[in-house]
Design a protein around this ligand. Sequence first.
Ligand SMILES: NC(=O)c1ccc[n+]([C@@H]2O[C@H](COP(=O)([O-])OP(=O)(O)OC[C@H]3O[C@@H](n4cnc5c(N)ncnc54)[C@H](O)[C@@H]3O)[C@@H](O)[C@H]2O)c1
Length: 258
Amino acid sequence: MAGHLAGRAAIVTGGGRGIGRAIALRLAADGADVLVADQDGESAEAVAREVAALGRRGVGADVDVATTAGRRRLVAAAIEAFGRLHVLVNNAGIVRVHRPEAVTEEEWDEIMNVNCKAVFFACLAARPHLAGGGCIVNIASIAGKLATPWWAPYGVSKAGVISLTRSLAVAFAPDRIRVNCVCPGPVETAMWAQMNDEGAPRVGLPPGEFTRMRLQGTPLGRLGRAEDVAGVVSFLCSPDAGYMTGQALNVSGGLLFH
Ligand SMILES: NC(=O)c1ccc[n+]([C@@H]2O[C@H](COP(=O)([O-])OP(=O)(O)OC[C@H]3O[C@@H](n4cnc5c(N)ncnc54)[C@H](O)[C@@H]3O)[C@@H](O)[C@H]2O)c1
């Protein structure tokens, strides 16, 4: 549905690269002005320029979503730039590859903070501006539905994203705000490459082993592309998804069915 976000304004966190960048560009192609937020401010600015090249307003913001101040700035910057907000995409995330016995409390807290707590409080910060027909899309993962012995805290954080998505879908429904999440399978980004190249050997597996294992169970026979995820985010922000809220959609080439 081309142009379904014309006149709308969106925030994409972690928009400086990978899946977030693809989402920012897709929402811009759909007609939205986009605030590209990333803790790497330079990459946020670069993607904001790509948004502008598509004929929309693109604004880069150097924001760490894991801090209260950062989340406040996130929403304030969008309102300051666009005067309105219709879409929030909570995409920023981190992963650490370790066997459970090697996970430290610091690592646990860091992952929960960025992947789960930040998503919940960013939703709350954006709520007043989204009331009356806005939507939120959170990027979870199939890791939130599977056993993940090599990245257990990450899996817990993503299960938390699925759970908070359902809770906030109900809590925000009276304001006509839809809240959904997407659960990607393995997607070819820097994050996935790092998990394979550096992470797999750390847990005693050959480099590339995670890709081999995942592809074995993937009927469509390939890794995901960032654009595969962005297309589903676009759909969830469209009127075609107007009767969907609290959902956790797998985008995994058939690797997972529910
Ligand atoms: N790549 C995959 O295989 C895969 C699979 C399932 C889910 N996901 C999820 O998709 C999202 C994007 O993943 P990706 O593969 O594009 O990762 P990536 O590492 O390539 O990009 C993540 C971006 O988020 C930014 N970021 C990280 N922490 C931040 C913070 N505290 N504040 C602001 N920005 C921050 C990074 O600077 C980076 O630009 C993540 O939530 C990830 O968990 C990825």
